[in-house]
Design a protein around this ligand. Sequence first.
Ligand code: PHE
Ligand code: NA
Length: 446
Amino acid sequence: MHREKWGTKLGFMLAAMGSAVGLGNIWRFSFVAGNNGGGAFLLLYLLFVLIIGIPLLLTEVSIGRKAESDVVGSFQKLAKGTPWYLTGFFGIISAFLILSFYAVVAGWAIFYFWNYINGSFFTQPAVGYEGAFGQFISHTWHPIAWTALFMILTIIIVLSGVKKGIEAANKIFMPLLALILIALAIFSLSLDGASEGVKFLFQPNWSALSEPSIYIAALGQAFFSLSLGMGAMLTYGSYLRKENKLPSAALGIGLMDTFFAVISGLVIFPAVFAFGIDPSSGPPLVFITLPSIFEQMPFGGIVGLVFFFALILASLSSSVSILEVPTAYFMRVFGWTRFSTSVLMGSIMFVMGIAVSLGFGIWSGITPIGERNILDSMDYIASNILLPLGGLSMALLVGWYFKKSEALESADLSSSSIGGFWYFIVKWMAPVLIVLIFLNKIGIIF
Ligand code: PHE
Ligand code: NA
């Protein structure tokens, strides 16, 4: 069957950056950092991005480009006759789990955008922003309607093919989102009491490091934010031509994504402390913090409107990369059209999203894992467990199954001085660290 290719390397870069930058940087980064004590978490997260994330991003894209197939097919092609391909299903399962809650949260963002269009969030509602948000997400069908809208937009982009649609919008709105975030950070830092937030984010509380769950949280955030371990980057890599060079692309994507997360932290935490919001509010954190910032800010209504529009586009360029993972797989295996495959996959995810949304209302008593509601449980399994396992499998394939020369060649590092360093990370450091973090969490070591 004919597979598409990116028009240019820039097309791939835009799509891959679009995949990386999204709700993970603003929404997920803020609440996970807030839940895990701030500074110590940020430090671990940055460390993991640098020593695991970026090297494995290069690994994942190289696998896709070499195999020219989807997340399951790539393992089948490159490790013929082994059961390795079974780990590709971690990616397919993660895609279902992640997009079903991603679409719910993106739906919340569309609702906010709507509230800035009609002006109702220009000033604080009588119940406060926190109250208004709580009422909205606990409503039975209201948030689901916005989830549906987001899922329909995602499906439309995916069914019209990988090349069209995403690239053009990203070229304008990613820089715009960066500019707005920088302006917001400056404003947020000028608020009374902002310095508490800066301390929270940059002054590590070392005792937090004795808590095993902070490592798994930082690892999961690094994987989620870089779109790593699911096969999204692998699938995008499979649409690359051989002549495109990968190491600089992986570094660029990684740095860009991390920049967005740190800037978001500088927007959210100073404001959280200035407005007396609880940093461990969980998933609602940015949705209660941001409108308070916009309300205080000159021209905040307009800024809020543009901000949420850019956030929705950033979310769309991430969600399409998630939907693309099972779409590419099922198209190949069953020979279905792109149209019917993406509609079917997206619809299943939407149905799962209904459960996620009800988890904030009538199903809030359902806590599948520990104290976690439906969203948190799905997120935990996908981001903290399945994505790192997917990344581990990719690292082992390239580090142990490939010959060293083959590994270096796949990543365009044959004649590079950093080749040996990258290979050491992929073969030893990343797998060992991931396994240690898991064992530590289970309580087997330390
Ligand atoms: N990286 C995206 C974000 O930060 C989310 C994502 C996760 C996309 C996994 C693809 C795969 O919003
Ligand atoms: Na991200």
